[in-house]
Write a protein that binds this ligand. Structure first.
Ligand code: IVH
Length: 670
């Protein structure tokens, strides 16, 4: 009897590990979340009854399969070294190949050539195939524990695939961010700041103290490029075989890794990657060349800083010279005026660039910039170009002209002011009366992480503001068929979709609402901290400067922005209208682990024992989203008496079907 129970628990664990892998690694779950929850619940139940059968790697001891350790710093079992760099073929030969020539074969050598990913070096520790810890490189000896922060990165498996893995395996690789994801992050101002490159954005993610559900951790990716500590009887003789093995375990490796057998082949690979680097979805800053034979690697060994069997062959810094043609002053959603340098188009690694942000007027003063100057432009972190210098000796005084800082707003013509705290940031004080600011603010307000109003794009916002249909966020909610009919090329179907989306958006979360208010420098993370601290709107609106300042992660400047915001009568008027008249509402206590959380639901047919509107309200409070039409994106259809044709479509699309009885049971369970 005991034996079969043990077996049952073991099988249950394996099943959960399997689904964890499908969900977190392959991003391709086989079963709906509630089925998974049921399995986990069953296991928890059995383990509660028979605690002596609990094992260390049980998924019940972990979040998503990872046993959580609460340690801030981690001593690396084997130091995580850096790499020596070269920038040209000559140095590659002189500094890497020549010193180790005695160990190289006269005719043919195997060099494993990889991409040099521009991210954060990471160590993942697997115990019997179960991920137990993740850390950054830190100073190479001691790293930071980032186990909690990497839980939601889909590329990182929580459980290794197969069963032939070493009892302990330390996987090393790079956590990085795709270029598009940097844009998403910056556009949504998720961290209250703009990141100049993907690397610094990754670091911010990995340093987050409070992991919260509002942040999409799938903005990060991972490639493995080697191993650290390993406890295994089987020794693998070559680096590329190790990478292949890691791939079999379910870890992502780059498909660009290539074996080269000579300096000529290495150079060919380098040039090819250099040419193509801008087509990659992520940033790379060179290639890494590794001696493939592990025995030779061991003989060569390492210095205190870097291995002698590997080298980074980096791409030259991406800088070019051009001529500054003009400076324009752009106005952002918070009224801040940003100077943008317009220059003669240059091509940096295949990308045409003709303008770069100059951040603020001080930057112009610092560079002593004049129109007509010969300037040096750098593609910083491959994404945002920057004017880093001027070539003074090339300045021709007869053709250069001084830059005149604006005194009035380029849009609403109000007199510009300068921010007190730094004396270098110009801003337009007209707030939402300035159409540029209003457009910027509304685009933020409707965005995915804010009120998430679908079907209203940036173009529509521009039109709505231009023809004075919308003067503030309240007006958005007062749009109707008649007013939207005034917008050219907007069909009836689109209008209905927009109105429906506006209606759906009224049910939100306190975090989203706070974030949507567009308070200067309050991104999603701060909004979430505010939510946690104040719990409700009235506490928030009655806070004192000191209260804001006492919240961890909120410094003087943000505290002041918040205080100023809640003491601004116009803002209070808007908040009051949105909440009390428009009916924007939220329920802070959504039980995230409930069956309906984040599910997209359609109802069809008549419900007998419960009021339809009550059901909808309850489901929304549980975090569900209610839709009218069946599509492949819908998760559940709730079927009452005499259902319509929706049920046939739902069956075809394999959508979960729930009847009234089941609905009541599930609602009551939650
Ligand atoms: S091997 C002991 N391979 O480059 C060997 N590193 O500049 C150490 N990096 O800290 C690393 N891509 O973060 C290796 N294919 C690759 C890499 C790579 C990026 C990073 C890694 C390391 C840094 C050294």
């Amino acid at each position: 009897m005991k034996k079969s129970l043990k077996k049952e628990i073991e099988e249950l664990r394996n099943e959960i590990h399997y689904h964890n892998h499908r969900y977190h690694v392959l991003n391709h779950p086989e079963i709906p979340d509630y089925k998974f929850d049921e399995l986990l619940y069953k296991l928890k139940h059995l383990e509660n009854l028979f605690p002596h059968l609990i094992t260390n790697n049980s998924p019940t001891k972990s979040v998503g399969g990872i046993t959580l350790l609460n340690i801030k710093k981690i001593n690396h079992i084997i130091p995580m070294l850096s790499l020596n760099n070269v920038f040209n073929e000559k140095d590659l030969f002189l500094k890497f190949l020549n010193p180790i020539k005695n160990l190289l074969n006269k005719t043919k050598n195997y060099f494993c050539c990889e991409l040099k990913f521009d991210g954060i070096a990471t160590s993942l520790l697997y115990n019997n195939g179960q991920l137990i810890q993740a850390s950054t490189r830190g100073n190479g000896i001691i790293g930071e524990n980032i186990t909690n922060n990497i839980l939601y990165i889909n590329d990182i498996p929580h459980k290794l695939q197969g069963n032939n893995f070493p009892s302990i395996l330390e996987v090393r690789g790079e956590i990085f961010m795709k270029k598009v994801n940097l844009n998403i992050l910056n556009q949504n101002n998720i961290f209250n700041k703009q990141f100049a490159n993907t690397r610094s954005a990754v670091l911010s993610f990995l340093r987050l103290k409070n992991i919260n559900n509002n942040i999409n951790y799938n903005l990060l990716n991972f490639f493995s490029y080697g191993i650290g500590f390993i406890q295994s009887k089987k020794k693998i003789s070559s680096h590329i075989k190790i990478l292949k093995q890691l791939k079999n375990y379910g870890l992502p490796i780059s498909k660009h890794t290539t074996i080269c057998t000579s300096l000529k082949e290495i150079s060919f690979f380098y040039e090819k990657i250099k040419r193509e680097r801008n087509n990659f979805l992520y940033n790379i800053d060179g290639i890494v060349i590794k001696i493939d034979n592990i025995k030779i690697q061991k003989i060569l060994g390492c210095t205190s800083h870097a291995p002698k069997w590997a080298i980074a062959y980096k791409f030259p810094p991406q800088e070019k010279i051009t001529i500054l043609k003009n400076i324009i002053f752009q106005i952002g959603r918070t009224g801040v005026i940003t100077p943008v340098g317009k220059f003669k188009t240059i091509k940096i690694d295949g990308v045409n660039i003709s303008n770069a942000s100059l951040y603020n007027i001080n930057e112009i003063k610092k560079l002593n910039l004049k129109i007509g100057d010969v300037i040096v432009v750098q593609r910083c972190g491959d994404v945002i170009p920057k004017i880093i210098n001027i070539i003074k000796k090339e300045r021709k005084n007869n053709i250069t002209t001084n830059i005149i800082f604006p005194k009035i707003c380029p849009d609403c013509k109000s007199i510009l002011k300068i921010k007190n705290y730094n004396k270098k940031t110009l801003y337009c004080p007209s707030d939402l009366n300035c159409k540029s600011q209003l457009k910027g603010y509304l685009k933020h307000f409707i965005s995915r992480n804010a009120m998430n109003i679908n079907y209203i794009g940036n173009q529509l916002i521009n039109k709505l503001v231009d023809i004075n249909l919308v003067k503030n966020p309240i007006d958005l909610f007062n749009l109707n068929i008649n007013t939207l009919n005034k917008i050219p090329h907007l069909g009836n179907k689109s209008i209905l979709k927009i109105l429906n989306a506006i209606e759906i958006s009224k049910k939100t979360t306190f975090t989203r609402f706070l974030y949507s208010l567009g308070i200067s420098e309050v991104g999603l993370v701060t909004a979430n901290n505010l939510n946690k601290h104040f719990q409700n709107l009235s506490n928030f609106l009655n806070a004192d400067l000191k209260d804001f300042y006492s919240i961890s992660g909120i410094g003087k400047k943000i505290a002041y922005n918040l205080y100023k915001f809640i003491n601004d009568k116009k803002k209070l008027y808007i908040i009051n209208k949105l909440v009390n008249e428009i009916g924007i509402n939220w329920n802070n206590n959504i039980i995230i682990s409930n069956f309906f959380y984040k599910k997209k639901i359609v109802l069809t047919g008549k419900l007998i024992s419960i009021n339809r509107l009550k059901v909808i309200e309850k489901l929304i409070n549980l975090g569900a989203m209610i839709y009218n039409h069946i599509s492949k994106n819908i998760d559940i259809i709730i079927v009452g008496k005499n259902p319509g044709s929706k049920i046939f479509k739902a069956k075809k699309l394999n959508i979960i079907i729930i009847n009234e009885q089941q609905l009541l049971e599930l609602i009551n369970k939650n």
